[in-house]
Design a protein around this ligand. Structure first.
Ligand SMILES: Nc1ncnc2c1ncn2[C@@H]1O[C@H](COP(=O)(O)OP(=O)(O)O)[C@@H](O)[C@H]1O
Ligand SMILES: [Mg+2]
Length: 254
């Protein structure tokens, strides 16, 4: 039997007359790397916003670890253990990388007394910051101003900040967008290590197909808010409806 961590039950989100997410149902298992792909405007970010509580579903349910969290606030959902990273870079440019991580830790501690006390007993949090910096490859630039870091490093910092909230589930919105080829390889490695070494379940929205196909256990394809296909990478690559709607015949997966 598999262990379901996140259950989407007929999740729908409308904006006025537009249905951005239309009846998405799926189970995401503990320790899975679950991909969501689809053309721009397919509803991927909206689905993340609904899961993370930025706005409620218009109908349907989001169940996290057995609890119905639909309509709960984003703070409360973050406290339950759902973290997210953003499509755009969202770091404080004028603070050092270390200060950005410390800030993120403080925000999550304020929300989560358990995390606060456990990390307070372990010290002032600098150990955790050091560990996250090592994990994301930011150790050499920890005391540099965030705005002076490369775009790729700033995205890594965004991931590190999300990790300071100690999520069990991490929603990653286009982590490889804007990265160079070598940075994309590092991002893929980091995603695997988040699961393998930290035990974090990942939901990954990404347009970079080689990355998606190499890291994901299963992939859900959305098109105009509607699920088009669900399967493992080999099944998705070979699915004619997916090729027609999104991948294209000549898509090069190398
Ligand atoms: N806050 C919002 N208000 C109104 N329309 C929105 C909002 N967020 C997203 N949309 C619309 O919902 C659709 C899906 O967008 P989005 O979830 O961002 O797609 P994706 O991330 O797959 O590119 C788009 O048509 C977009 O314009
Ligand atoms: Mg998006």
């Amino acid at each position: 039997m598999t262990d379901v961590l996140l259950k989407l039950h007929d999740v729908t989100r409308r904006f006025g007359g537009l249905t951005a997410v239309a009846g998405v149902s799926t189970d995401i298992n503990k320790s899975e790397i679950f991909g969501i792909i689809g053309p721009n405007g397919a509803g991927k970010t909206t689905l993340f916003n609904v899961i993370a509580g930025y706005f409620p579903p218009s109908s349907g349910k989001v169940v996290f670890d057995g609890t119905d969290i639909s309509g709960q606030s984003s703070d409360r959902i973050a406290r339950r253990g759902i973290g997210r990273t953003f499509q755009a870079v969202t770091v404080f440019q004028d603070h050092t990388a270390r200060e950005n991580l410390r800030r993120a830790a403080m925000v999550s501690r304020r929300y989560n007394p358990l995390v606060y006390f456990s990390s307070r007993n372990a010290g002032d949090g600098s150990e955790v910051i050091q560990k996250m910096a090592q994990f994301t490859g930011l150790e050499p630039v920890l005391d540099n101003r965030a705005g002076s870091l490369s775009y790729g490093q700033q995205k890594m910092l965004g991931i590190g900040m999300a990790l300071m909230g100690r999520p069990r589930l991490l929603l990653m919105d286009e982590p490889a967008a804007g990265l160079h080829t070598s940075e994309k390889k590092e991002a893929a490695q980091l995603i695997r290590r988040l699961r393998d070494e930290l035990g974090i379940t990942i939901v990954l929205v990404e347009h970079d197909m080689p990355l998606v196909m190499s890291v994901c256990d299963r992939i859900l394809v959305l098109n105009r808010g509607t699920p088009l296909a669900l399967g493992n990478p080999a099944q998705i690559k070979a699915d004619q409806t997916v090729i027609d709607a999104y991948l294209g015949e000549e898509y090069d997966f190398a």
